[in-house]
Design a protein around this ligand. Sequence first.
Ligand code: NAD
Ligand code: DEZ
Length: 340
Amino acid sequence: MLTITLDENIPHAAEAFDTLGQTRLVAGRVMHNADLQETDILVVRSVTKVNAQLLAGTPVRFVATATAGFDHIDLDYLRGQGIGFARAPGCNAVSAAEYVLTALSHWALLRDKPLQGRSIGIIGHGNVGSRVRQLCEAQGMCCVVNDPPLQTPGYSDLYSLEAALACDIVTFHVPFTHAGEHPTFRLLDAARIARLRPGTLLLNTARGGVVDESTLLARLQTRADLDVVLDTWENEPAINLEMLQHTLLGTPHIAGYSLDGKIRGTEMVYRACCEFLQVAPRWESPLAPVERRDSLHTYDIRSDDGRLKALLHDKTLDTARYFDQLRKTYPVRREYSGLS
Ligand SMILES: NC(=O)c1ccc[n+]([C@@H]2O[C@H](COP(=O)([O-])OP(=O)(O)OC[C@H]3O[C@@H](n4cnc5c(N)ncnc54)[C@H](O)[C@@H]3O)[C@@H](O)[C@H]2O)c1
Ligand SMILES: O=C(O)[C@H](O)[C@H](O)COP(=O)(O)O
């Protein structure tokens, strides 16, 4: 019988993967090589580094991550070992885009800066970035999109990174990469942070390392002339509380945490696993629409911000443990399309 090890934070994972073999739930942040000595299939989320250290000497032959990002996976190692791989591209893109629109709406009301006619630099125009663009265009905003890997002769409406960074609002939706033609490690570096116009609203829901956080913090501490919304941080879960203090909104990496997005991720990796094993899927997502509530109650981003900022007031809290606890116990949030 197949043995399948699953991150305990993948919703409905046991229920789905029980149809394929014997399942075991493990805390993703502390998964070790010893946990996988009898594992054939490993299903993780973004908090588990999947590399030689984790997998060497184990029988694992298929790895899946129920997430869009895959910077935690050593793909070269998997390829070299002939280990199959799947991920869940776009599973939570609607959720992340709705998070961005909600943050923009909050900023617009707070600063009395209507969104209509305002410019937004969207860096990365994949599953999330393209949905952010749709939502922003529907608000009458002017979208300046930057995505060099997409820059082909057929793509005429892309702009330089510098043009995107000169907008009223700047939002990052790139994968976290260190190599290749267009690496994103510290894409927003010290020189670019210095050039951001006073009053800019900056959002990062991609990965912490895309922004040089200590330089950003230094600018906020000396000039305080930017508004910053951070969902992704350097050194998660042990985030820098000084940085948190200087955010307009700070959230614990939950932009993609709609129930819809998470269960879509489960479904995508379950189906990929069935395909790898060449068996027919026998589990389906249990998601049904929920009754409509008014829009403020649909997603109140301020409560996510408030919960994380308890770290600033309650010195008894352990930052890393609390950050992960907020993620693990995240309240049910539905995508707008999940409402009837
Ligand atoms: N905070 C969250 O909860 C959350 C949710 C979903 C995704 N994410 C993160 O956001 C990232 C983007 O998600 P996605 O689903 O849109 O991924 P995606 O792969 O669909 O799109 C990424 C886009 O970025 C572009 N890109 C790559 N390098 C670039 C560069 N140097 N400059 C500009 N553009 C570049 C790619 O060409 C692609 O179009 C993910 O990799 C993940 O790390 C976070
Ligand atoms: O890459 C992604 O899909 C998102 O960042 C995702 O929401 C991360 O969630 P985690 O895997 O850390 O639970």
